[in-house]
Design a protein around this ligand. Structure first.
Ligand code: FUB
Length: 339
């Protein structure tokens, strides 16, 4: 049984395109929407933005979120239900602060919520919580996933049933602090590799069959330019910053991500969930707000991108999730969205 629905927002303008690119909920601030279709219903796993008065800085201290609310709707443009608190930092024994962008998966009767949060030493790790309902409440495992690091978990299950997690983000996401394989707290955001060095890539690993741990050592995902060479760190219109997402279309794997300080969503394609992925182009031009974070999902044969901007508040740390259609050309390439 699903948790009771404390609030509903009728964001629909059924039968028209009016609902697209409008905030999906207005009574709470939401961001980083990871959308999935479970049993024919659309579930959105977003961050829950709140005002905490933390100063704004490049480490993202002002993103001091404490819990998750899961949203659902029966169709794109349908009524959006906010299912209330699904997981709270106080119920994660190892957590310190900052509950950032989550993702979710389903297997054999259990829903898995993957979440990044700083541990008590202020190091981002990725945890997993389980529930028999897609809307929770979720119960967190007593430890973070061993070997997990940084932020923005995105979980992809392939057609053969194997599940992979992609993760990572630079600057406040701390990826630059893992360059030697061990966490080095003395590395501030300025210690991204030098502009002529290879950019840092996202990380990935296959999950074990029980979905709770990694089945293999964490690897770096290779993202290559059209010339077949990896992007340099100084190439900030193309290099990975945060917010990776993997989807599959016509047998190809599409890895999309945010370029952060150049405010773009871009995508690259490959022939395996492990990559390498070759850059193809811009998915979405900059939104209102510092950056956006997205997911891509197929609903009834059409493809949609869920993302956020700051339309409701005008503040970087108080965001609202939206959805719009993703259009592909006959060759599978994606048309750039101007939000
Ligand atoms: O919501 C906190 C962080 O902001 C996310 O982890 C990033 O992807 C960015 O959206």
């Amino acid at each position: 049984a699903e948790a009771p629905a404390p609030a509903t927002t009728d964001s629909a303008a059924s039968g028209s395109r009016k609902y697209l690119a409008r905030p999906l909920v207005k009574d709470i601030y939401t961001a980083d929407p990871s959308a999935h279709v479970f049993n024919g219903r659309i579930y959105i796993y977003p961050s829950h933005d709140i005002e905490t008065g933390m100063p704004e800085n490049d480490n993202g201290d002002h993103f001091a979120m404490r819990d998750y609310h899961i949203l659902s709707m029966d169709s794109i443009g349908g009524k959006v239900t906010d299912h209330g608190v699904a997981l709270d930092t106080k119920d994660i024994s190892w957590a310190g602060r900052q509950l950032w962008a989550p993702d979710a998966a389903y297997k054999n009767g259990t829903y898995y919520l993957y979440f990044p949060v700083k541990d008590k030493q202020d190091v981002f790790r990725i945890g997993v919580a389980t529930s028999t309902s897609p809307t929770g409440p979720f119960k967190a495992q007593p430890q973070p996933i061993p070997g997990s690091l940084s932020i923005d978990p995105a979980v992809f299950t392939d057609t053969d049933g194997k599940t992979y997690m992609y993760m990572g983000g630079i600057w406040g996401g701390q990826l630059q602090r893992w360059r030697t394989g061990k966490y080095d707290a003395s590395k501030p955001k300025e210690q991204e590799p030098g502009p002529q060095e290879k950019a840092l890539g996202p990380k990935m690993a296959r999950l074990t069959d029980d979905m709770l741990t990694f089945a293999e050592p964490v690897k770096e995902v290779q993202i290559l330019g059209q010339d077949g060479k990896p992007f340099l760190s100084g190439d900030n219109k193309h290099r990975f910053f945060e917010g990776g997402w993997l989807h599959k279309y016509n047998g190809k794997y599409y890895f999309s991500y945010s370029t952060g300080d150049t405010h773009l969503l871009v995508y690259a394609t490959g022939d395996s969930p492990y990559g390498p992925f070759t850059y193809q182009g811009v998915l979405m031009n900059p939104v209102e707000g510092w950056t956006t974070h997205h997911s891509i999902v197929e609903v009834n044969g059409k493809w949609y991108i869920f993302y956020h901007d700051t339309e409701l508040s005008g503040k970087t740390w108080l965001r609202n999730v939206k959805v719009t259609e993703l259009k592909r050309r006959p060759d599978g390439s994606i048309e750039t969205i101007n939000p």
